[in-house]
Design a protein around this ligand. Structure first.
Ligand SMILES: Cc1ncc(COP(=O)(O)O)c(C=O)c1O
Length: 295
């Protein structure tokens, strides 16, 4: 039997203790469990430090404030919790998930007042290179939840819309799905932001309809720095269909090329395609940020 080394196990910080994730327990009254009444962040480490950690913690605070979950923390305090986990996994990069639930409500009432928020921080080792083949996408029959129903800029624990759209995409033989708003605006993928390039201009959905991705902001800046016009707005599937190239962005995948949409190829063979260049530039930028000491 092979021995399980500490660095190969997922670890969790809960109630002041660090323990193997498989042994971490929360109660059945937790509202994250009951209703998805929680917020979270997912990020990766580079050389043991959280990539764009400050930006993730800022977005966590915004999500908490928008849901009126009263959980206060200082960045150095959270960094210490993360360091405790990362120390278990020296030599391995990890994916970190920071979750804050509204906590328990003993009487089971729906309203969210009177709860004590609960923090759970988890780290799982990145043991192999994540898949990098260009994504095969379909357009989902399900709509992105509009801001009038639930603000999509909140990174809440309720991912049912994304889960159902991902399952539908997988059943159709695709990797992921593009979600349209109820009035036909191209928004994002199930767990990533979407960009496409038409005639040298980059397009992506407007801030109010999508999660304001940390990777998305970096990519917008990198594109603009190289003189590419970035149009952030409300575009229909007809505009997406005119794309020559497309890519997805997220903290775990970075920049990921999209190979096809609804069976139409979007892969550029040109070695200098904008997407290929951007994948390199993004990786280089991340290394630079980490060597300059930013957390
Ligand atoms: C719905 C959704 N959109 C976009 C993203 C990408 O955001 P980020 O670049 O901050 O990881 C995610 C990441 O989990 C997501 O779940």
């Amino acid at each position: 039997m092979s021995e399980v080394t500490p660095e190969a196990v997922s670890w969790t910080w809960l109630d002041g203790q660090v323990l193997p994730t498989a042994e971490a327990r929360i109660g059945v009254l937790d509202r994250g469990f009951l209703y998805g009444d929680s917020v979270f962040e997912t990020l990766r480490t580079i050389e043991g430090r959280g990539l764009f950690l400050k930006e993730h913690l800022d977005r966590l605070r915004k999500s908490l404030a928008r849901l009126e979950i009263d959980f206060q923390f200082k960045d150095p305090w959270m960094e210490q919790r993360i360091d405790q986990l990362v120390q278990q996994q020296i030599g391995t990069e990890v994916v970190l998930r920071i979750t804050v639930t509204r906590g328990d409500r003993i009487d089971g009432a729906l309203e969210g007042s009177g709860c004590q928020p609960r923090l759970v921080v988890m780290s799982s080792p990145i043991t192999s290179d994540p898949p990098s083949h260009p994504l095969k996408l379909v357009i989902s029959s399900r709509h992105k939840t509009p801001p009038e129903v639930f603000d999509p800029t909140i990174k809440s624990g309720n991912y049912l819309g994304s889960i159902r759209a991902r399952d539908e995409a997988k059943a159709a033989g695709a990797d992921d799905a593009v979600l349209l708003s109820p009035d036909g605006v191209v928004t994002e993928l199930t767990c990533a932001n979407l960009f496409w390039i038409t005639d040298g201009t980059a397009f992506t959905c407007d801030d109010a309809l999508v999660l304001n991705g940390i990777t998305r902001s970096v990519v917008i800046r990198l594109l603009e720095e190289q003189g590419v016009e970035v149009r952030v707005g409300r575009f229909s599937r007809f505009e997406l269909n005119r794309a020559g190239e497309a890519f997805a962005t997220s903290s775990i995948q970075g920049v990921r090329a999209i190979g096809s949409l609804e069976g139409r190829s979007l892969e550029s063979d040109a070695p200098a395609s904008l997407c290929k260049r951007l994948i390199e530039q993004y990786q280089q930028y991340c290394r630079q940020v980490m060597t300059e000491g930013a957390r």
